[in-house]
Design a binder for this molecule. Structure first.
Ligand code: R5P
Length: 270
């Protein structure tokens, strides 16, 4: 692995425990102004101090994040279909490596849709990006996007993660599932998990805890943070699991005891 890739990877996973809290705010690239992320600038700004890195498109980076911000950027560079379009798996690379360098990206994110109609095209996107990343010293994060017809089980996710790693991805983002440790075991690069649809906060913290306990290197979480009524307390609670090894109860009490959640705290005391 070349020095640039190692250096940039350490910006993403370089916390002393080797784990990461990546804040995912890239959803608009196919969902538009999705619930909770209608005004990205307002959402992102209070969360940044608690994120080890931020995953987003260049459009939102340029318009909603101050260049003076020191947060490492994981730039989403695949896209091309919308939620109302023909097929979400029909993606191409949507930003050049030169622009990624101008934007000082620490990592590039590309989705692969294993088992979907455009599987081959998305794997070729990954292969080309890995080559470009190697050329310029930028690591690649492969997102294992799951089509509606796929089951999020360890067999499918293990297959998708392994293929992504075999293609040269430096980090793989996937979903938590039963027997997640088998997915971790068969993937030779760090795995981070997406949060998925909004859950009750305690359930989302359990998801993060179970994933970390099974060997995930971190989270790349979006909706379960910024769709929470108190996103800052939620990201702090997630951090406590990822970096401090807190259990779900202790992390939930960080969430509950933040100002803004006094109603939940008093409910719990009854
Ligand atoms: C999905 O298309 C995006 O890549 C998101 O970044 C990813 O799904 C993580 O966000 P969430 O925690 O909301 O699932």
């Amino acid at each position: 692995m070349n020095w640039g890739i190692r250096n940039r990877l350490s910006q993403i996973m370089g916390h002393e425990d080797g784990r990461c809290v990546m804040l995912a705010v890239d959803h608009g690239y196919f969902l538009g102004p999705t619930e909770g992320l209608e005004s990205p600038r307002e959402v992102i700004s209070p969360l940044l101090p608690f994120a080890d890195s931020i995953m987003l498109t260049r459009g939102i980076l340029r318009t909603c994040v101050r260049p003076e911000s020191c947060v490492p950027v994981v730039l989403r560079v695949s896209g091309g279909s919308s939620i109302i379009g023909e097929d979400l798996s029909k993606e191409e690379v949507i930003a050049s490596i030169e622009d990624a360098i101008r934007l000082n990206a620490s990592c590039l994110a590309v989705s692969v849709f294993i088992g979907s109609r455009y599987e081959h095209q998305t794997l070729m996107n990954l292969a080309r990006l890995v080559d470009e990343g190697e050329r310029y010293g930028i690591p690649i994060l492969a997102v294992t996007a799951v089509g509606r017809e796929m089951t999020r089980d360890s067999r499918y996710l293990g297959l998708a993660c392994r293929i992504a790693a075999e293609f040269g991805a430096h980090i793989v983002k996937t979903y938590y599932c039963n027997d997640f440790d088998t997915v971790v075991r068969s993937c030779p690069v760090p795995l981070v998990i997406a949060g998925g649809k909004k859950l009750d906060e305690k359930d989302a913290l359990k998801l993060a805890h179970d994933a970390i306990s099974s060997g995930a290197s971190g989270v790349d979480m979006g909706r379960n943070i910024w769709q929470s009524k108190t996103p800052v307390s939620m990201i702090k609670a997630v951090r406590s699991i990822v970096h401090e090894g807190l259990d779900v109860g202790a992390a939930y009490s960080i969430f509950v005891h933040e100002p803004g959640n006094s109603n939940i705290a008093s409910e719990l005391q009854k």
